[in-house]
Design a protein around this ligand. Structure first.
Ligand SMILES: CC(=O)SCCNC(=O)CCNC(=O)[C@H](O)C(C)(C)COP(=O)(O)OP(=O)(O)OC[C@H]1O[C@@H](n2cnc3c(N)ncnc32)[C@H](O)[C@@H]1OP(=O)(O)O
Ligand SMILES: N[C@@H](CCO)C(=O)O
Length: 488
């Protein structure tokens, strides 16, 4: 076990009491969500990061299940000192709705029949997956996530999050993904589904009780899909035209090449961990994914508020970089704060699971708290100037703050009342807030760099700055405590 691993972990389960209303108009009762967490949720509940997994992933993103030979699928970036630093963040990862690794899906028991759903399971969408994740996040009492991050189908969930719940996260990191599935991506998934339907054990999806699953069909579906996760270069480097367990071609249509053997291996190991019906429903959800509105991604992304760090892989031909730059263009057109990084790798699409150095560097850079929005305390108390000092002092005491922005009737900043002003009021027997408050108040904006704020605080010997928007309305406050916490 690596020293920087989170160690032995266990999957937990969250049961949703209310029915889940799906995008299709149908609903699902008794939904269970399998999830894992790493790190500690702080008392303010403002250090959580949500991971969204890819097509065949699960909640087990990091650490080791007792007795397992392999760690979670994103062990390379989750753990003490890594980009998703569990000494700093509280990491949550759940198995998607429709999955087969603990969250309700087609292999779960339908409460209405007492039998496994099979194809009675309703068609679900990426939005349905995100809505279920939101209920899980709500159950922790988290009202604002540091970030939502995911690759491939996980990246689709990230993009759905920033549209469905724009105020729920400061940052979003969609990796190797698209804002709408392309005809080529749909085509590959349809071949996979047809391969399952053609299996003699398919039985219309009701194979659970027979004990014989459509594993051959599912294996071939995986073989085709797995090719799209690699690149021609990586396959040449790994296999070339080398033969598998033989010195010469046998001319009997048996397996000859290493690449054939590799794909058989990937197919065989996949069917041990995945359910064919889940594969059908989840690939269908991926195909239906399209965030454009009136065929425009610009319209689709018009409500985004979070800062977005897009990452693509230069050799990814399943989700090519152009689909990431389409997202970049649409977010830019909406004045969203967005950055774009490209992983240099010959691995292809699955580089987001493998390129440890680049992923840790790019993600930790993006997550590093460098603007006011990353540290500020949103909301918080404000006060009108027409109150007396005693009322202001009581509000300070009740809300445990030493600085209260003073606002007019439109919530626009007109001053600040500090504990120093309170001391002055006592020393000068001043009772009216407006006679003692500081009117030449220094302020800042959410997108100001932290370094600039620190310089202002140092220059003017102040320890807090109200944060205002373009209309000068108070959005929150940033104090020296929040800045010093960033370095501690
Ligand atoms: C985000 C998520 O959803 S994660 C879900 C799990 N990940 C995926 O499904 C993505 C699909 N890709 C994979 O599974 C890949 O194996 C990864 C990305 C996990 C790892 O990639 P790499 O480290 O490059 O391993 P690679 O793709 O070469 O596969 C290695 C395996 O193939 C086997 N293999 C390699 N060559 C051959 C061959 N000629 N014949 C048979 N098997 C072979 C190795 O023995 C190894 O076996 P293992 O499965 O027991 O580890
Ligand atoms: N190979 C990963 C990514 C697919 O997009 C998976 O199977 O989930």
């Amino acid at each position: 076990m690596k020293s920087e691993s989170v160690g032995v972990v266990k999957t937990k389960y969250f049961n949703i009491k209310e029915p889940i209303k799906l995008e299709s108009g149908k609903s699902l009762d008794n939904v269970t969500v399998a999830y894992e967490t790493y790190g500690v949720l702080n008392k303010d509940k403002n250090n959580a990061i949500l991971i969204c997994h890819a097509l065949t992933g699960d909640a087990h993103a990091a650490g080791w299940h007792e007795g397992d030979k392999k760690p979670g699928w994103w062990e390379i970036i989750i753990g003490p000192g890594k980009a998703l630093d569990t000494d700093k963040y509280f990491i949550i990862c759940s198995n998607v709705l429709g999955g087969c690794k603990g969250t309700t899906g087609p292999n779960s028991i339908n409460p209405k029949t007492g039998k496994q759903y099979g194809l009675d399971f309703p068609v679900i969408t990426i939005k349905d997956m995100v809505d279920v994740q939101k209920l899980l996040i709500d159950s922790f009492g988290i009202s604002n996530l540091v970030a939502v991050i995911g690759g491939s189908m996980g990246g689709m969930q990230v993009l759905q999050w920033i549209i469905s719940y724009p105020k729920m996260m400061k940052k979003a990191i969609p990796i190797a993904t698209t804002a709408r599935s392309s005809p080529q991506q749909i085509a590959f998934n349809e071949v996979g589904r047809q391969s399952i339907y053609s299996d003699l054990n398919w039985a219309g999806g009701n194979y659970y009780e027979s004990g014989k699953t459509p594993k051959n069909g599912l294996s071939v579906a995986r073989m085709v899909a797995h090719i799209t996760y690699l690149s021609e270069e990586s396959m040449y480097l790994k296999f070339g035209r080398d033969l598998q367990d033989k010195d010469e071609i046998s001319y009997d249509l048996s397996l000859d090449f290493q690449v054939e053997s590799y794909l058989h291996h990937q197919g065989e190991s996949f069917v041990k961990r995945f359910d064919a019906n889940s594969y059908i429903f989840i690939t269908k959800a991926v195909d239906l994914f399209d965030l454009s509105v009136n065929n425009s991604l610009i319209d689709g992304f018009k409500n985004v508020e979070s800062k977005v760090g897009i990452i693509s892989v230069d050799s990814d031909w399943l989700y090519p970089t152009e689909q990431s730059t389409d997202i970049l263009t649409a977010l830019n057109a909406n004045d969203v704060e967005v950055s774009f990084s490209q992983i240099k790798s010959n691995y292809g699409h699955d580089a987001f699971l493998l390129e440890k150095g680049q992923l840790n560097y790019i993600i930790s850079q993006f997550l590093s708290e460098n603007i006011v929005a990353d540290l500020m305390k949103r909301g918080g108390p404000t006060i009108k100037e027409d109150v007396n000092v005693k009322q202001a002092a009581k509000l300070m005491l009740d809300t445990h703050v030493t600085h209260i922005p003073v606002v007019d009737d439109e919530k626009k900043l007109i001053g600040i009342f500090t504990s120093w002003d309170l001391s002055k009021s006592i020393a000068t027997n001043c009772e009216n807030l407006k006679d003692i408050m500081t009117t030449s108040v220094k302020y800042c904006h959410a997108d100001d760099p932290i370094e600039e704020i620190a310089r202002m605080m140092n220059k003017y010997h102040i320890s807090a700055l109200p944060v205002v928007d373009d209309d000068f309305e108070v959005q929150g406050i940033i104090t020296t405590d929040q800045i010093s916490n960033m370095f501690s």
